[in-house]
Design a protein around this ligand. Sequence first.
Ligand code: GDP
Ligand code: ZN
Length: 303
Amino acid sequence: MSDPKLIRGRIVRAQSGFFDVETELGQHTAQLRGRLKQEQLETDVAAVGDQVEIRVLPDGSAMIETVAPRSRVLSRQAPGREAEQVLVANLDLGVFVFACAEPDPIPGQLRMLDRMLVGAERESIPVLICANKVDLVDPQEARRIFGRYAEIGYQLLYTSALTGEGIDTLRSALADHVSVFAGPSGTGKSSLLRALQPDIELRIGEVSEATGKGTHTTVAPKLVKLDSGGYVADTPGVKAFALWDIEPEELDAYFREIAPLVADCAFSNCTHIHEPGCAVLRALEVGEIHSERYDSYVRLRSS
Ligand code: GDP
Ligand code: ZN
């Protein structure tokens, strides 16, 4: 039976050994119980997004007693460190924001999207693609560019932070999730977050009482609660989704439209670039695979 004095919560901020934990009974700043600290792990013991149990001591301070196993981690290899650094644990949704125009979704931009999708597939992180600034182009043009992603099964939303189009749908998609916004700069990530939660900058800027430090010193993202439900990580995982080293041979598994064809290739070690009897090349020829998606595959494969 679980200890009745333990309160369940989620770490929403981690800084210098202090963890802000949001619980049903309000927010507490907690430190790790010594026993947890000593555990030799190849990853952070506790991180933003982790579900924990805390004990509040008579003097008002709090200790993290347990950390639940995490899934779907957004991480990076810390320079000079063996261990991975967890950016966000228990991530539910990657919101990939690209613009219909300004910056124009030239092939280079969409290759970045394809790369981010590979990262998300590898970590099994669900994705919502936001084709933002839809007010700048006609809807047909927006569909011509981004429609390919809906066709292969990605959740795709046309939004405008300017006119409010799609914002309510985006808001419901985020409710009850821990999400992170990612995408090239200037595509409207901050504007969308402001449209969702007008005081978001205030919430991001809140200073942790425990450490008295402002956001300038923040190394790990903080989770910001939305009034409509759910949490958003404050620092967009701009590059985080493109960081993983992926072995060339496993790449085809992370392209949704390519993966199911691989079994039909004549050679079991087919690269899908030049082999005879390649099911992927056949699909490309008849237009079942979008040529720019295929270009992304080839470029990633040979990089
Ligand atoms: P971020 O770098 O991804 O956070 O992008 P910002 O939110 O800072 O937006 C970059 C610029 O695009 C700003 O000048 C915004 O006003 C503008 N912008 C953002 N969203 C939209 C939109 O939906 N439509 C239009 N027309 N402009 C937008
Ligand atoms: Zn093949």
